[in-house]
Each structure stands twice: as C-alpha cells, then as structure tokens.
Ligand binder design. Structure first.
Ligand code: PLP
Length: 425
C-alpha cells in the first residue's frame, strides 16, 4: 500500500476498515479525557466491555445455584472448559481435541516437558534461543536438573550473529543438524518477545523431526497475533497465555496444544489429576488413573470458571471478528503504517535520535509488534512519550516495543503516536 503521512489519510484508512467497530468493544484507560494510545497488547490486552457481564453471569449462578451450578448453571461449570475447544482450535490451526484451556503458561510448559522431554543417555539435549523469555529458560534448566543432567552442557542456545538482532533461519537449521543425534527437544518462541521476529515453525518442526527430536513452541506472543497451523505443521506441542493478545485479563487461564498422534496415546507419561480423567467415569472415583485420549487428558485440576468467563468474553470477540485471517490482513497494513511513519521521522532534518526498527521488515516474519532502538536517546524517549499518554513498553537492554493490535488500535492511533514521538527526537 502507498501510505501518506497525514491525519486525513489515517482517518480514511479507519473509515474503510471493517474491523474498526471492534475498537468500541474495549475499555481504554484515559489520558486528559481521551483514550490513551495503547500499544501494550503484547503485555496485557485491553478489557472487552463484555468481560464484566460474563463474569457476573457466573457470580450470579454461584449465588443462585451454588454447587448445583456445575450442572444447572447457564454455562454448566462441569463442562465450562469445553467451550474453548472450537475457538482455540481455530486460532491455533488445530483439531478441537488437540487444544485445552488450563493453568498458566509456565505451568503448562512444565506439564508438556514432563511428557515430551524424555532424555536418554544418547539423546538428552535441548535446543532453544538464547534470547528466550527468562521463564522458559528457568523451566528448561530446572527440568534438565530434575533428570540429573547439567544445564550448562545440555541446553544449547542459539544467538543472532555478531552485530545482528535476528535469528537466521539457516542458523537454526544448522544447529539442529549439528546437534541432531543428541537432541531430545527443540523449543522456540513462535514470536520472540524482544525482537518481534516470527520464526518459521513449519520448517523447524520438519527439520527437528528429521533429526529425531520432539518440537514444541511457546506461543505467548504468537497466539491471537498471527495465523497458526499447528496440526498441519506437525508441531508436537505448544503452550500460550491469554492475557497478551487474547485479552483475557491478568493471569488469565492459559492453554496448551498437543498433536493428536500424542494426545490419543493415554500411556504417554504425564502428571495426573482428576480433571484429566475420563469424563464418563470420573465420578466413579476409581483409584486407577485413566486419562482422556485428547488434550483434555493433560488437565490436572478442575476449571477456574471466573477466569474462564473472561476468556470466553474475549474469544467471543475474536470469533465475531472472523478469526485470525481478517485480523492479520488489517494487522499487516496497520503495522506497515507504523513502519512507514517511523521511516518518515528518520528523514526529518535536525533530529538527534535515529529510530532503528529491529523487527523484520517482511510480513511473513513478524506479527503486529515493532521493536525499536532509539539511538542517541535510549530510555529517555520511552519515558517522555509515556508522560503524554502513550502506553508502550521498555525491555532491557535498549528496546521500545510497540504493538498495534488490529482488534482495537486505529490508524489514527498510530499517526498520533508518531506525532508525539516527533516532538522528542
Ligand atoms: C509472557 C510470557 C511468559 C509468561 O509466563 P506466565 O507463566 O504466564 O507468567 C512466558 N513465556 C513467554 C515467551 C512470554 O512471552
């Protein structure tokens, strides 16, 4: 698209945007009486207007029916989590029996590692990215220790080349081939939280499998942000959280995907609990553990219904918007507009700060987030714009992250953001 740097042009794009009406379904914090410029959906998505109503439905049923609400409630609690199978399958490109809403992200990662990191004397190493989110590294290190191995020798981390910010696809493939015979597991973030780089999950799954390893992904920054085809890509397992792009509230219920070829294997090792037990006979309270032959078989505890009500409110909005395909179409032009406007800022004369976008310029290698290094200004620029009603975030050592979310950000938001930045460079 040919972009123009003007408020009129931004407003024209908003007028033509069929998703623009979804913006009114979200609650924005206010700054000087108007909506803040919110670009933190990669950290905590905004609250849908329907969230309070959907939580109140469950509170009312709790007061009206108490324990009976498990079966008599408007949304029976006994099967509440089943509501998520279809929407989560759509968002991840999986079968409904391959996905489950449960727990928190890092907890789910541990549960998946229990089943899918089964080191042997020959095959015990794990390949991941050096700039993985710290929680993922801690999970991997502690799981490695649990099996009696030394993380320093077992965890292989790959870094961008010297002087670069992004991982090159061929470096990932080379690392898989180089360590292949020792690799038990390949685990990457689908989108790197710091750089916003979307990696080629399909190729990594194929190469990892060729080497004989299991391949899993952390989709914290990919879920609700980019199109996923986990089943067709033959990914073994994946985990995500719901409070980022999925707008399901702080600490919201997370999720996991397990490819059906593994999910149907009820002999696969796991940490058991009663909610993973075969639903038909769960209440016979037998002592011998019989998990379900689907992703539900990884559930441990009964479902956190109040947090799930917020998840429901948000996934309803995603489904109403038509899922990821229309959202990604808008996302590409919205983030493209931000990229264009940052380029315009760099062309101004007399500026002291140069803005470098480290996120890939190619749509196939990114979601909505742009990570920017403000050369000559560093954290000062971040601090100044946040004082003027901009919500974005700072990640050590030097990155400002902007995530225009197609569900609730407008082209005018992006244009206004760049007007504010302009005054401080
Ligand atoms: C946000 C994020 C987490 C957070 O983990 P929780 O268990 O939800 O606290 C973990 N990993 C990645 C890659 C993240 O981006």
């Amino acid at each position: 698209m040919k972009y123009i740097n003007s408020l009129e042009f931004a407003r024209d794009l908003d007028r033509d945007d069929t998703l623009n009406k979804f913006r009114r379904m979200f609650l924005f914090p206010k700054y000087k009486g108007r909506n803040v410029l919110y670009f933190c959906g990669n950290s905590l998505g905004l609250q849908p207007r329907t969230t309070a109503r959907d939580i109140k439905t469950e509170l009312d049923d709790w007061s009206r029916y108490a324990s009976e609400a498990h079966f008599k409630g408007r949304n029976p609690w006994y099967s509440y989590h089943e509501k998520f199978a279809v929407p989560l399958a759509k968002l991840t490109g999986a079968l409904p029996s391959e996905v489950i809403a449960m727990n928190q992200l890092t907890v789910n990662l541990h549960l998946m590692l229990i089943s899918f990191y089964r080191p042997t004397k020959q095959r015990y190493k794990i390949l991941c990215e050096a700039t993985a989110f710290p929680s993922d590294l801690y999970a991997l290190q502690t799981q490695i220790r649990m099996h009696g191995y030394d993380p320093a020798e077992t965890l292989i981390t790959i870094k961008p080349r010297k002087g670069e910010y992004l991982l090159r696809a061929e470096d990932i493939t080379d690392a898989i081939n180089k360590h292949g015979e020792f690799l038990a597991l390949v685990l990457f973030g689908g989108i790197n939280y710091l750089t916003g780089q979307l990696i080629d999950m399909k190729t990594i799954a194929r190469e990892g499998h060729k080497a004989g390893a299991i391949v899993g992904f952390d989709l914290a920054h990919a879920m609700g942000n980019v199109e996923l085809h986990l089943h067709d890509w033959n990914v073994d397992f994946a985990v995500w959280c719901s409070y980022k792009y999925l707008n399901s509230g702080p600490g919201g219920v997370a999720g996991a995907y397990i490819h059906l070829k593994h999910a149907k294997n009820t002999n696969l090792l796991r940490l058991g609990g009663w909610w993973g037990y075969d639903k038909k006979t769960r209440f016979l309270m037998r002592s011998e553990y019989q998990p379900m032959p689907t992703a539900e078989g990884w559930q441990v505890s009964n479902a956190p219904v109040l947090s799930m009500a917020a998840h429901k409110a948000s996934l309803d909005v995603f489904m109403e918007a038509g899922g990821m395909a229309p959202l990604c179409r808008k996302s590409r032009t919205l983030t493209g507009y931000l990229e264009f406007l940052i380029g315009e800022l760099n062309k101004m004369t007399g500026i002291r700060t140069r803005l470098e976008i480290i996120t890939p310029p190619n749509n196939a290698e990114r979601g909505c987030q742009l990570s920017v290094i403000a050369h000559g200004s560093g954290k000062k620029l971040y601090t100044k714009i946040t004082r003027e009603g901009v919500y974005c975030d700072w990640r050590e050592p030097n990155v400002i992250r902007f995530a225009p979310a197609p569900l609730y950000n407008s082209y005018e938001d992006v244009w206004r953001l760049c007007q504010i930045i302009k005054n401080h460079i």
